[in-house]
Design a protein around this ligand. Structure first.
Ligand code: PLP
Length: 374
C-alpha cells in the first residue's frame, strides 16, 4: 500500500466511526465561536495604526531578529502594569503553552503535575519537555496531593499546570485549595486563563485576578474574549528571559503582526470601558441555563462554555454520524466534541454563549436541544 492509499484507509476508518473532522465556516447563527463578547465584526479605526509607522501585516522576522516593535512594547508595558509581571507575546495560545512547557527540558530534576483535562497545547509542551509527568484527576486536589506526596521527594522542582476555566467543561479550578497545596509543597504554579482573560476580574485579567501574585506563570490568549489573535505568558523576569532564550516556538517563528497586537490592545481597552458587553453575556448565560432547566437538561457550568453531555441527552448510544447528519439540517451551528478531544463517554455538544446572541437565538438553540432530547 503506498503512502497516500494508507492515508485514505486511515481517513475512511475515521469516517466510519463518525470521527472525521472538516473545516467549518462561521454560520449566521452559531454557538461555536470563542468570541464571548461578540467583537469579531467590530469596526476598527486603522488610521491610528498607520500613524504609528510600524510594520503592519507581518513582523518579517522572529522577535529576536527585528520582529519586535514599539507597539508590542507598549502593550506589554500595559499588561505588565496590570499584572505586576513581565510579559512575553506569542503568536497563539498554542505556541505560548508549547514554548513555555517544552522549555522546562532545560531544568534538571523537575517533574510536572497536570490536570487530566488540560488543553492539548499544555500536553504537547509537556511531551516536548521530555520531563516525567503525572496527571491528576480533573480538579481533584486530594489526588494532586497524593501525587505530590508520593513523587515530590524524587525531584528538586515541582511544576503544577492547569486552567482557570476549562475549555471543554467550562468549570473552574479550585484555586484556594491549589494555593494551600502550593504553600505546603512549594511548587511552581502555572495557570492558563485562556477562557477567562477579558471576561472575569475587576480589571478583566481572568478568573484568578485576585490571586495573580501567588500564581507564578499565567497564559492569556487574545483569540477568545479579545476578538483578536495572539497570546502572552506572564511571569517573573527570570522566567521570561529564560523563555526568550529557550522557547523554540518563540525563537524560530515570525512574530505576531502589529496589526493583531493593535487590535488586541484596542479591544482590550474597549471592553474595559464597555462593561455592558459582560452584563449582556452573563444575562445570556442565566437565560440559557433557565431555559435548559425547563427542558430538563443539566448544566454544570456558570460560564460562557456550556457542555451538554450526550449521555444526558440521549437514552441510548448514538452514532456520531447520525448526530452530525441531524445537525446539518438545522440552521443553528453547534459543536459536537468527540474523542480524542474529550475522553470516551464524555462526548458532548459544546455550546459557546456570547454577548451578541439574542434571546431569540437562544430560544432557537433550546428548540433544537428539545427536539434532539429523548
Ligand atoms: C485552555 C486553552 N489554552 C490555549 C489555547 C490555545 O489558544 P489559541 O487558540 O490562541 O492557540 C486554547 C484554545 O482553545 C485553550 O482552550
Amino acid at each position: 500500500m503506498n503512502f497516500f492509499s494508507y492515508l485514505n484507509t486511515f481517513l475512511e476508518k475515521l469516517k466510519s466511526q463518525g470521527l472525521f473532522r472538516e473545516n467549518k465556516k462561521e454560520g449566521k447563527l452559531n454557538f461555536i465561536l470563542n468570541d464571548y463578547l461578540g467583537l469579531r465584526h467590530r469596526k476598527i479605526e486603522l488610521d491610528k495604526l498607520y500613524k504609528l509607522k510600524e510594520n503592519l501585516f507581518t513582523s518579517s522576522a522572529s522577535p529576536l531578529l527585528g520582529g519586535y516593535s514599539n507597539l508590542k512594547e507598549s502593550f506589554c508595558n500595559f499588561l505588565k502594569y496590570l499584572y505586576k509581571k513581565e510579559v512575553l507575546l506569542f503568536n497563539t495560545g498554542y505556541a505560548a503553552n508549547l514554548g513555555c512547557l517544552s522549555s522546562l527540558k532545560h531544568i534538571n530534576s523537575l517533574t510536572i503535575f497536570v490536570d487530566k483535562l488540560a488543553h492539548a497545547s499544555i500536553y504537547d509542551g509537556i511531551l516536548l519537555s521530555q520531563k516525567p509527568f503525572f496527571r491528576f484527576r480533573h480538579n481533584d486536589m486530594d489526588h494532586l496531593e497524593y501525587l505530590l506526596k508520593t513523587y515530590s521527594k524524587n525531584y528538586k522542582y515541582l511544576y503544577v499546570v492547569t486552567e482557570s476555566i476549562f475549555s471543554m467543561d467550562g468549570d473552574i479550578s479550585p484555586i484556594k485549595d491549589l494555593l494551600i497545596l502550593k504553600e505546603k509543597y512549594n511548587f511552581v504554579l502555572h495557570i492558563d486563563e485562556a477562557h477567562a482573560f477579558g471576561i472575569y476580574g475587576k480589571n478583566l485579567l481572568g478568573a484568578f485576578e485576585k490571586y495573580k501574585e501567588s500564581i507564578d506563570i499565567i497564559t492569556i490568549t487574545f483569540g477568545k474574549a479579545l476578538g483578536s489573535f495572539g497570546s502572552a505568558i506572564l511571569s517573573e523576569k527570570s522566567f521570561i528571559d529564560f523563555l526568550i532564550n529557550t522557547a523554540r516556538s518563540y525563537i524560530y517563528s515570525t512574530h505576531i503582526s502589529n496589526l493583531n497586537v493593535f487590535i488586541s490592545y484596542l479591544n482590550f481597552l474597549y471592553i474595559r470601558k464597555n462593561r455592558n458587553l459582560h452584563k449582556k453575556l452573563f444575562k445570556n448565560i442565566v437565560y440559557f441555563k433557565r431555559k435548559l432547566k425547563d427542558i430538563k437538561i443539566k448544566s454544570i457550568s456558570n460560564n460562557p462554555i456550556q457542555p451538554i453531555f450526550l449521555k444526558d441527552l440521549f437514552k441510548s448510544q448514538k452514532d456520531f454520524k447520525d448526530i452530525l447528519e441531524k445537525l446539518k439540517k438545522f440552521k443553528v451551528q453547534i459543536g459536537l466534541i468527540r474523542p480524542p478531544t474529550v475522553p470516551k463517554g464524555k462526548e458532548r455538544f459544546r455550546i459557546s454563549l456570547r454577548a451578541d446572541h439574542s434571546k431569540k437565538d437562544i430560544d432557537e438553540l433550546i428548540d433544537i436541544l428539545r427536539f434532539l432530547k429523548e
